[in-house]
Structure formats: structure tokens, C-alpha cells
Design a protein around this ligand. Structure first.
Ligand SMILES: [Zn+2]
Length: 508
């Protein structure tokens, strides 16, 4: 069936909409997930849950979580992610269709023929596209989309253009997201198509080169630049070096990495020196498993990510206990698909911490009645365990490193290298920070500043750097792979390379 999207998705009555979402979930589980998803059919059977017993939001907790580990491919089972794909067979379709749908199918078969029915079912269920997760710890997980899911991706693209108040009559977009089978690139592509906004999808520095992108910016005079924060900053710095006029820029939409307060300040300042007036710096947030992105609406303060109550259900839980936390409280984002085919997840633990949690109050800027997520997101993958002494491991939040370093105006670029001492897997961990200082730092100050950076990081993280290496910007940009990587190599963890292979004798 082609999905029909209701124009009132952002105006559901606040006191009703959680109930409505549970009703939608009940129906989705009964008609699609349990009949056609091998993974969830098993999970619900084992947990002994009948979808009809889910009466209200309080019952959601009874559904077990799904974790990355349960669905990510392993060396032994590379096809594991297929288990969450809806896979109807003819028999299953007949058995699980509602009476209304059975009649509709029969009528269509008589009126338009067997082929028409088959075409429509293919459109609904046959995977036609795929995105991969980008995590570095696990093997990439494939999330497939059917033609119906691409319709949803388009609808979401249209909503993003509306929420971000991009004016399709005059605003043009240049996207710097890397060309890859990743959500971000394609979400922007579909936002342009569905929102009828002229968009140049450059494919990023690796495809078009920064020089080519700068020329395109001069020609097209875009209102918005969209991309990964680290690369966008690099492009703006290059534009500044060429004294380019960027007065056409109304704002940046940033995704794929955290946007720290220090970063916001830097890019705003850079844009303003190139003629932009009060540029908006906002984040876009999405993850492969959701197969869609969210954005903020413009306003004086951060409005938070605007979610889509008719397509998904979001919860925030305590990462340790798994219990839901109250509105406005920090916790882990848990995601449930309410519409779609292909790869669908139910109560999926994203591993992302939303600092400040969610709110269901109408948005003070645009008035939409939707769940909004606070726009500060910390990826749990940036919480790394370190063996800094032979005695005990320490958990270090590298998000704090990032925040501190981007806040420091004396630092132009940085890269953190984590390795094992002497490359010996059983030795302690070592941290090296590569730094290119800003032009504002004089030669005389350099040594003092590098000592100061190490001391300040020690104060906020209690981790002592083994060395701060100062280097020219050009050299650091090469090490970061700013022009050659899909995403710059900001934090490089070399420890896995020296990890013992399975079966290797442990020496202690
Ligand atoms: Zn809003």
C-alpha cells in the first residue's frame, strides 16, 4: 500500500497522542512486525507478549529492548541483520491480512490482474535500497528500505524543509555530506527533492574537493550549507583564507557529529566576518536504524529535534536500569518504528545519550505538538575505557575532550591518538594530542600554550596526556584526512590493532 501521510502529524492533541501512538504500535505489531519479522516473531513469542495486551504507554516497558549486539552481523553470521527485515510470503500475507485488505486485494486482482497486485506488493516489501551503520566498533549493519520506505524518507525530507523553515522559492542548499550508502547524504537528497529546494549534493571533499566546493559556493550562492561539523569548519576556514563573500548564507545544518558550544561560536564568527548576517547554526540528528533524520526549528534558543509522532515512538531510559526517566531528564534514546517496511526496529537502544532528555510540551517557537529531544547528544561510543595504570581501568568521556578543545580559541585543529605503550597489547594505554595552533598564538607563546592545554585537559578529565605535539595546520589536516576521508579522523584508537588475537596466550 502506498502510505498516506496526514497533514496534521504535528497537531495531534497533546493529551491524546501517546495513546494514539500505542494504538498505532499495537496495529503495526499485529499486522506487520509479528507476521513478517523473524527476529521479532521469536522475541515476542519468547517474552509471551500479545500485542493486543498493550493498552497504554505504561505497557511499553513490557516489550524487551533490542540492542545493536542482537542484530549486528558477526563473522559467523554475516547475514544476521536480515532477521529484522519484514519478509512476507504469499501464505503469510493471506493469513495475516485483515478482512478489509483481503477484499481489497481480491477486487484489485479481478479488476487489474495478478501482475498489478504483485507489483504493488513488491513496491511495499521488496528492498530497493540500503544504508549501512557507520560505527567503528562493530561490523557495519545493513538497514534496507523498500519503495514505501523511500516514500517515507521523502515525506520526512519535506517535513525537515518545513520545520527548518527553508524557503523553497529563494533558498538553495549545498550539501557537503560524503557520498556513501549512509543516511545523511540521502536524507538531504530527498529533502531537496520532496521540499522542492534546489540542492547541490557535492559528495563531500573526497568527491568534489574543497576547491571545487568553494567554486560551487561562489556560483550558487547557497542559503544553507549542510554537512559534518569538522569538514564544514574546514571549508569555511578555506573560504575565509580566500576572502570569499558568504553573505548569502543564512545558516548551517550540521549532522554526523556533536556540535559543541565552542564550535557554534567559532563558525558563527567565521561566517559573520564573511558577510553572513546572524547565521543560524543548527543540528540535524539521525541514525541509520531510524532511517530518517530530525532537525530543529529556528528560534532564539535551541528548540530541540522535532520527531514525527505518526512514524515513530521515542523514549528516554536510564542507561543502567532501562527504566523510563521523567521529561527533561538525561538518558538513553530508545527508538521504535511505527511505520515502514524493510528493516524495522522495536524499542531499539541507540546508545545515544540525550542530555536534557525529551519534552512533549508544544514547541515554544513553532507551536508543533510533538516530542522534542534536547539537541545535545553524546554518543556512548565516545565513552572509552582506558588502562592508564596497570592497576585499574578508567572510563573517560571523550566528549569532554572535544568540548574543551573546541572551546579553546588558541587551537585551530586537533587530533587525539590512543595507543598501547610500545604497541604491546598488555601494556598501559597512551594518549597523544596533535595540535595546530591558531594564528593568534605568537611563536613566543607556543611552548607555554601547549603545556597549558595538557594541564587543562587533565583538570577536566583527570587523564594525563603523554605528549602534546604541535604541528603546522597543513600537516595536521593531512593526518585528519580532511580531503581524503569520508569523515575526518578526529579520535584515532590504535589499541585494537595491537589487541591479542583469540586463542593467543595471555601473558601476565
Ligand atoms: Zn519548533
Amino acid at each position: 500500500m502506498s502510505p498516506t501521510f496526514r497533514g496534521d502529524w504535528d497537531r495531534w492533541p497533546p493529551d491524546e497522542y501517546r495513546e494514539r501512538q500505542v494504538a498505532k504500535l499495537r496495529q503495526f505489531l499485529a499486522q506487520q512486525i509479528l507476521p513478517f519479522s523473524p527476529f521479532y516473531r521469536r522475541l515476542f513469542q519468547e517474552a509471551g507478549i500479545d500485542p493486543s495486551s498493550l493498552r497504554g504507554p505504561g505497557d511499553l516497558e513490557r516489550i524487551p529492548f533490542t540492542t545493536k549486539e542482537q542484530i549486528a552481523p558477526t563473522r559467523d553470521d554475516p547475514q544476521r541483520a536480515r532477521e529484522i527485515v519484514l519478509q512476507p510470503t504469499r501464505d503469510l500475507l493471506v493469513k495475516h491480512s485483515s478482512l478489509g485488505r483481503k477484499i481489497a486485494l481480491a477486487v484489485e486482482r479481478i479488476g487489474r490482474g495478478e501482475k498489478a497486485v504483485r507489483d504493488r506488493l513488491n513496491r511495499e516489501y521488496r528492498p530497493v535500497s540500503v544504508f549501512f551503520t557507520t560505527g567503528r566498533s562493530a561490523l557495519p549493519t545493513a538497514f534496507v528500505l523498500t519503495r514505501l520506505d523511500l516514500d517515507i524518507l521523502e515525506e520526512v525530507g519535506k517535513r525537515i524543509v518545513e520545520v527548518a523553515r527553508i524557503d523553497s522559492d529563494e533558498d538553495k542548499i549545498i550539501s557537503l555530506f560524503p557520498y556513501a550508502p549512509h543516511l545523511a547524504f540521502w536524507q538531504v537528497y530527498y529533502a531537496g527533492v520532496a521540499g522542492t529546494v534546489f540542492t547541490l549534493n557535492t559528495g563531500g571533499g573526497k568527491v568534489m574537493g574543497t576547491e571545487g566546493i568553494l567554486q560551487a559556493i561562489q556560483k550558487i550562492q547557497p542559503a544553507f550549507l549542510v554537512g559534518i561539523p569538522g569538514y564544514i569548519y574546514h571549508v569555511l576556514r578555506e573560504a575565509h583564507a580566500k576572502s570569499m563573500d558568504l553573505s548569502s548564507i543564512k545558516g548551517l545544518a550540521l549532522g554526523g557529529d556533536q556540535v559543541t558550544p565552542g564550535y557554534r561560536m567559532r563558525v558563527r564568527e567565521l561566517l559573520e566576518t564573511m558577510g553572513a548576517r546572524k547565521p543560524r547554526v543548527q543540528s540535524v540528528f539521525g541514525f541509520t536504524e531510524a532511517r530518517k533524520c530530525w532537525t530543529e526549528c529556528p528560534g532564539e534558543s535551541n528548540s530541540g529535534f522535532h520527531t514525527y509522532p505518526d512514524l515513530e515512538l521515542v523514549e528516554i531510559v536510564d542507561p543502567n536500569t532501562g527504566k523510563p526517566v521523567g521529561e527533561g531528564e538525561t538518558g538513553e534514546l530508545v527508538y521504535t518504528t511505527l511505520a515502514g517496511r524493510g528493516s524495522c526496529v522495536i524499542r531499539y537502544r541507540t546508545g545515544d545519550l540525550i542530555i536534557g532528555g525529551l519534552t512533549r510540551k508544544p514547541c515554544p517557537h513553532c507551536g508543533r505538538n510533538i516530542t522534542r529531544l534536547a539537541s545535545q547528544v553524546e554518543r556512548v561510543s565516545n565513552l572509552k575505557s582506558f588502562q592508564l595504570s596497570k592497576v585499574k581501568g578508567t572510563l573517560v568521556n571523550l566528549n569532554i575532550f572535544k568540548e574543551e578543545l573546541e572551546n579553546d580559541q588558541r587551537i585551530e585543529e586537533w587530533q587525539l591518538i590512543i595507543k598501547k605503550k610500545n604497541d604491546d597489547p598488555f601494556d598501559v594505554d597512551e594518549l597523544y594530542l596533535n595540535v595546530a595552533l591558531s594564528d593568534r598564538v605568537t611563536d613566543r607563546e607556543r611552548e607555554r600554550v601547549s603545556g597549558d592545554i595538557g594541564r587543562r585537559l587533565f583538570q577536566v578529565t583527570e587523564v594525563k596526556l603523554n605528549e602534546v605535539r604541535l604541528m603546522p595546520l597543513k600537516q595536521l589536516l593531512e593526518l585528519l584526512g580532511m580531503e581524503t576521508q569520508l569523515k575526518e579522523k578526529r579520535i584515532v584508537d590504535l589499541r585494537a590493532a595491537s589487541a591479542p588475537k583469540p586463542g593467543e596466550a595471555v601473558k601476565r
